[in-house]
Design a protein around this ligand. Sequence first.
Ligand code: KIV
Ligand code: NA
Length: 275
Amino acid sequence: MKQTTDFKMMKQNKEKITMVTAYDFPTAKLAQQANMDMILVGDSLGMVVLGYDSTVPVTIEDMIHHTKAVKRGASDVFVVTDMPFMTYHLSREETLKHAASLIQNGGANAVKVEGAGHVISMIEALTSSGIPVMAHLGLTPQTVGVLGGYKVQGKTADAAIQLIENAKKCEEAGAFAIVLECVPKQLAKEVTANISIPTIGIGAGVDVDGQVLVFHDLTMFGVERVPKFVKTYADSNDLILNGLKNYVADVKTSKFPEDKHTFTMKQEELSTLYG
Ligand code: KIV
Ligand code: NA
């Protein structure tokens, strides 16, 4: 399994870092088989797996539950788990307690937190306690209410300067990597050049140290539309829906099960049974 120092080395060697979300045993197993460098148990699970319309309702118990399943499926992959909404804001004690439960009970290798501001002091508290932290800047879905919607961040010079400053603060506070979500490619490139920890982009262009995508977007599984920054590499909806429809049709017409799917009794046992 790769470690935080390996990711820093990959940045230095200009070797791209691959990351995908996973929320359960089968998706984690597939990610490991695909040689993913890192897995994110994202709180996007609230939307793509649990059917909420934002990440806000996701709880620490949800994250522990799903991280355990992911780790069982991908014990050889570095797993980062999102700290849910409002679990790293109230106090250092609360933050440490929640992060510790994700690591100790969930089996996560690191946690991810969104934003800067007073979150910087939480990153510092976590890393100085021995918990690796991935930061997340740009579009931060947990604060979508304050941002006023899911839109590109850092488009003005002022906002860009602020974001670069925040990225430096995350590094100084001890973060081992930073997710940059939905920012202009020029800004992502500038951030990447200004810090020594890797940047993992999503909707941030190609000039970053790695990429992350949501599993269900990448494989078109249970989602009908994907954002502009997603490339879909498979159509699971089509594949699975076809399978399910064929099953329904076969059962209705008694084409399934066939003899090869069926168990039989020996003739002599049947004779005894019927006398
Ligand atoms: O929850 C998530 O999937 C994320 C990624 C989009 C970075 O935070
Ligand atoms: Na997230």
